[in-house]
Design a protein. Structure first.
Length: 304
């Protein structure tokens, strides 16, 4: 036969103490327990004060009045500090300050160390509140910018005449930079080569001078290259104009940049032009002038 297991002695003692405490409090009200906690704290019986305050606060609050609730948290926090539980003390002080932010401790009842910890806790709460306010302000500003960007419609007007400008101008206007570079390179190479040969021949032989018979074949070959590259230039140019016209749109909606976003009311707008200075007194200034061997004062005229 297997004998039943017996509970550990420490558990039996704890249960007996709990039963005794509950029996002692059976006829006590929360206000009476709070008064007992006050009395124990005044008598520096911090263990008893902490136990009574814990009973009133945890696992559920047994106090209805906020002022009594604050006092219970303060008693538990100060008792925990005196016992040596600094983290628990700060936690209870913070809960008391959440209910009554203007709460202060006096040295008539609390030690200097408890008062310092309470004040540190209050300062931490205030700093955290300021930081949270700044974060909320940043989040609100980001949300404002996001909503404004979603509602922002920017239309870019494009010139029809740019389509007929050589060297890929139409493609660049249509936001096709790769095509623009290709047309610009093709037209630059062919046009440059044709013009270069023309300048070379006209500089060497003149526009009407005769060419020596021995150099005629070479000149004819250069003239053929000049004419061929000239024709190629105009062909590439015409192709570029057609391509630009096919993709041309007189108005295109684009994404606005940050320069179009409205600034908050408290931020000065540096993008606004400064008012023009029309008065002579606004333009003329006196300034010291240093010269070799001496110094003086001169007039300075300021332009816009």
């Amino acid at each position: 036969m297997i004998a039943p297991r017996r509970a550990p002695r420490w558990l039996a003692v704890a249960l007996a103490a709990l039963v005794a405490t509950a029996a002692g409090r059976a006829g006590a009200s929360p206000s009476q327990d709070l008064e007992r906690a006050r009395q124990a704290f005044r008598e520096h019986d911090y263990e008893s004060a902490a136990k009574l305050a814990t009973y009133l606060l945890y696992p559920e609050e047994r106090i209805g009045l906020p002022v009594d609730l604050v006092e219970a948290h303060v008693i538990l926090g100060a008792s925990s500090f005196e016992i040596g539980h600094r983290a628990e003390a700060k936690r209870e002080f913070e809960r008391a300050l959440q209910i009554q932010p203007e709460k202060v401790l006096t040295d008539m009842l609390f030690s200097d160390g408890a008062i310092r910890l309470f004040d540190e806790t209050k300062a931490d709460i205030e700093a955290r509140a300021r930081r949270d306010a700044e974060l909320r302000k940043i989040a609100d500003e980001r949300e404002r910018i996001r909503k404004y960007r979603e509602s922002l419609v920017v239309v870019e007007r494009r010139s029809f005449g740019v389509n007929f400008v050589p060297f890929g101008a139409g493609q660049f206007q249509n936001k096709q930079p790769t095509r623009g570079l290709l047309f610009a390179a093709g037209e630059g190479l062919t046009g440059g080569l044709s013009i270069g040969i023309f300048i070379y021949l006209s500089g060497r032989y003149g526009l009407t001078a005769s060419v020596p018979a021995a150099e005629v074949p070479g000149v004819h070959q250069l003239e053929q290259i000049e004419i061929g590259t000239g024709i190629a230039f105009f062909a590439i140019y015409a192709l570029g104009v057609v391509d630009s016209l096919l993709h041309y749109k007189p108005r295109v909606q684009i994404e606005g940049d940050d320069s179009l976003l409205p600034l908050p009311p408290d931020v000065p707008d540096a993008r606004k032009p400064r008012p023009a200075k029309t008065s002579i007194l606004d333009r003329v200034h006196l300034a010291p002038i240093v010269a070799p061997g001496g110094a003086g004062i001169g007039l300075i005229w300021e332009n816009d």
